[in-house]
Design a protein around this ligand. Structure first.
Ligand SMILES: [Zn+2]
Length: 94
């Protein structure tokens, strides 16, 4: 069971890399929303020509009264390095 192994036997180095954390700023109200990609569970494998890419799409919403939905799309390599990211309804901030 990979699940239990991750919970009890996972080294700290691995769990640090498990999440890719990012911030997006809502275009409408300016709120900064933190999002998180679970690199173990959120990625889906897609084939682009002769290479594999890991793809994730997320919808984020702020906690305020603004109902702007921010759509985020990202691509990672098999080493979980970010290749490309796009946001609709918001922009990435560091
Ligand atoms: Zn907003």
């Amino acid at each position: 069971m990979g699940f239990l192994k991750n919970l009890f036997g996972g080294g700290s180095a691995k769990s640090e890399k498990r999440y890719y954390v990012f911030n997006v700023k809502c275009k409408r109200c300016g709120e900064i929303i933190e999002g998180r990609v679970d690199l173990d569970n959120d990625l889906s494998l897609e084939f682009e020509g002769d290479r594999n890419v890991y793809f994730v799409r997320k919808g984020l919403m702020g906690s305020g009264r603004c109902f702007q939905q921010i759509e985020v799309e990202m691509q990672f390599t098999s080493n979980r390095e970010l290749v490309e990211r796009q946001a609709q309804g918001g922009t990435f901030v560091e």
